[in-house]
Design a protein around this ligand. Structure first.
Ligand code: NAD
Length: 466
């Protein structure tokens, strides 16, 4: 497809980055770390600007920006700086008997020029985190922020202009047209974070150039609350996971499967937590400065529609239910008696609505999850180790967290990614470095020697003699 009229000259951009990527290939760990240091320093000096941009885009509270955007991003960068030398070092592998006398290792080389496409929900972290991995691995990059968070998109463009050589890292702003034009270019790797629907578009485009892909997608992440759970503890962690960023989190607990014997007391605990977190003064959640807004009118309409649809199909609003279009505000809402064909149990919710589905046995809960596309995250609240093991052993998912929500994604020694519909490939820490690296397999033979000589043609008496 032809590039959009306002798109930069991509045909000239790619050769420029590719030419520089050859030089980056030969850089030392110290040189790569220098680039990461500059990035880290810019973030430290521009914290207020990042907070402001996120507040402007969807009313995100500054403390949430500190934890989920700034801290998360800087931790990723520091981790890469700390481990870069070890990650880059060739890894010796052992020699099998049949290849005695040879030496072998894996040598890590940058893939070359990478495209990073970011979503709007954590628009800073999900752009700069992968950028740190790509730079650690020695790549040149094009970064395409989401058009739905324009203030952060403009800030990312400024960051890249101020920190990087334009022959190494470039931001291309814009929406679908810009993305389509970029996807037509021959990148070596595409790191995409977004919806499964657009993930398929990205993978089709990558196939044209046989570019490798990392697809960090979404879906419905269940939280299973067993009868042995500590309900107060579970309620707090579930409310935080569901309400941080107003539920617009890829790993937010999407729906709740709760043992029927503890459904009512769990909902009461959730009521108490919501009051403590967002309504201590009794003025309503809308008055709280600790709760973000929905990103735009379209997503607000989508969520309000899901709520209406669930109620039309017989759901009860157990908690919350308030909406205010003028503010793109959706109150944290717990729904019970939800019909299985309701939208809230069919599509990813991506907002502060929490449908609750009771179960009698853990098998029933596991079957419910497994009847749907593979989740990105799986949450289990249970004191019983058997219950934890049961669910972990039966429910495939990209990641899992026992007795908490979301925080597994902040552990930089754990791989982060999806399974099936929730994604392909892994991000974070060493896994992020590997996503942007080619693992070159090297075997060194001794000059004049080879065991395989025994099997050179002609295949007649010589081989039979062996
Ligand atoms: P999205 O798929 O709509 O957009 C992501 C990116 O793709 C944006 O940069 C956008 O401009 C671009 N894009 C949109 N339509 C396109 C098209 N037709 N062709 C090419 N490019 C296109 O996703 P979103 O709404 O920004 O983000 C929400 C989704 O992302 C949710 O599904 C969520 O679960 C998922 N997500 C996943 C992770 C993860 O790490 N796995 C993190 C955050 C969000």
């Amino acid at each position: 497809p032809a590039p959009a009229a306002d798109a930069p000259d991509l045909a000239a951009l790619l050769p420029r980055l590719r030419a520089r990527s050859e030089a980056l290939r030969r850089e030392s760990a110290a040189e790569r770390a220098g680039r990461l240091q500059r990035l880290h320093q810019w973030i430290s000096q521009n914290r207020a600007a990042v907070q402001q941009a996120l507040h402007q885009d969807f009313g995100k509270p500054a403390t949430e920006t500190d934890v989920t955007e700034l801290y998360a991003t800087q931790a990723e960068i520091r981790h890469a700086i700390r481990h870069l030398k070890r990650w880059m070092a060739p890894k010796r592998v052992s020699t099998p008997l049949a290849l005695l006398g040879t030496t072998s290792w894996v040598q890590y080389e940058p893939k070359g020029v990478a495209l990073i496409m970011a979503p709007w929900n954590y628009p800073f972290y999900l752009a700069v985190g992968p950028l740190a991995s790509a730079l650690a691995a020695g790549n040149c990059c094009v970064l395409k922020p989401s058009e739905l968070t324009p203030a952060v998109s403009a800030l990312l463009a400024r960051l890249v202009r101020e920190v990087f050589d334009p022959a190494e890292v470039v931001v291309v702003e814009g929406g679908k047209d810009a993305a389509t034009a970029l996807l037509a270019q021959p990148f070596d790797h595409i790191f995409f974070t977004g919806s499964p629907q657009v993930g398929k578009v990205v993978m089709r485009a990558a196939a044209e150039h046989l570019a490798s892909v990392t697809l960090e997608l979404g879906g419905k992440s269940p939280a299973i609350v067993d009868a042995t759970a500590d309900l107060r503890d579970a309620a707090e962690k579930l409310v935080w996971g569901k309400c941080v960023n107003a539920g617009q989190t890829c790993v937010a607990p999407d729906y709740l499967l709760v043992h029927e014997s503890v459904q009512a007391p769990l909902i009461e605990e959730i009521r108490g937590v919501l009051r403590r977190f967002y309504d201590a003064e009794g003025a309503g959640v809308a008055a709280s400065s600790s709760f973000a807004r929905i990103v735009n009118g379209q997503h607000f309409q989508r969520l309000a529609g899901l709520l209406e649809d669930a109620q039309r199909r017989g759901a009860t609003v157990a908690l919350g239910g308030g909406v205010d279009q003028s503010q793109c505000f959706i109150e944290p809402t717990v729904l019970t008696d939800v019909a299985p064909d309701s939208g809230v149990l069919q599509e990813e919710i991506f907002g502060p609505l929490l449908p609750v589905v009771p179960f009698r046995t853990l098998q029933e809960a596991a079957d419910f999850v497994n009847a749907r596309p593979r989740p990105l995250a799986l949450y289990v609240f249970a004191r019983s180790p058997e219950a934890q093991r049961y669910v972990l052993g039966r429910v495939p998912a990209g990641g899992a967290c026992l007795n908490d929500t979301i925080i597994h994604l902040g552990h930089l020694e754990l791989p982060f990614g999806g399974a099936g519909n929730s994604g392909i490939g892994r991000a974070h820490g060493h896994y992020g470095f590997l996503a942007f690296s080619n693992e070159k397999a090297v075997l060194r033979q001794r000059v004049g020697q080879t065991g395989i000589k025994l099997f050179y043609p002609p295949y007649t008496p010589k081989v039979q003699r062996v």
